[in-house]
Design a protein around this ligand. Sequence first.
Ligand code: IPE
Ligand code: IPE
Ligand code: MG
Length: 254
Amino acid sequence: MSDLTKTVSDSSLTHLAIIMDGNGRWAKRRGLPRVAGHQQGVEAVTRIVDECVRSGIRFLSLFAFSSENWGRPQQEVDALMGLLLQYLSSQRQKMLSEGIRLKVIGDRNRLSEMVRTALADAEKETSQGQSLTLVLALSYGGRDEIMRAAKKIAQDALDGQLDIEQLDNKSFSAFLDTGDIPEPDLLIRTSGEVRISNFLLWQAAYAEFYFTDVFWPDFDAEELHKAINVYQQRKRRFGLTEDQVGLAIKESND
Ligand code: IPE
Ligand code: IPE
Ligand code: MG
């Protein structure tokens, strides 16, 4: 079976990616400070991680803090970093017992030493996890990631370790932070915004998009399954014709 045949005939949801948006508006509607929305947002993260483990999803990528979010008021940035540290320590036991493997993508150099250490420790401790790979996008921007990959490639070429002629989509992908992670199948964005905001620009080339008005703190297992049901009705073609896709599915079933 060719790679493309395998891709078009596989309708399973291996990698779910989520742009968790709307914490601030959720709080504002209730007359609460934005940070209260972020706190509830962490509760939603815990719920959705649990549901993904239960549903047998292998990869969950969560956009938690973008390279552009550094421009927010310092107090909000500090609160978000504090919540991240709390999350890591409160989930440690569960991650280990449930086989959840943590992987961080993004520019770690901009994170504080304390956050970097906590992340590296959690990644190391959970590295043997076999159920869900939880990909946290922190200080992450798709353009920044592609640019960092391009710099690494250029350096390897200058050092004589890489033949530019051999570079293709697959070997380029390996230089991204997502390295060995499969591309997202479904990308959900909450809160009614209909944009990608610099998330997984390269990787989402053929992802299915799902937008909901629900604010992230209100997102729950029921909303997740609504999105998954919609995804399962979608017809992914990857540039091929409907007939070719039909044939590929038939071949893979034979
Ligand atoms: C998403 O919620 C969380 C982060 C970006 C860290 P927002 O904080 O963007 O919430 P809104 O969009 O202002 O409502
Ligand atoms: C995207 O949300 C980043 C995260 C969810 C972490 P933003 O709220 O930062 O995006 P914009 O500014 O509405 O595009
Ligand atoms: Mg937002």
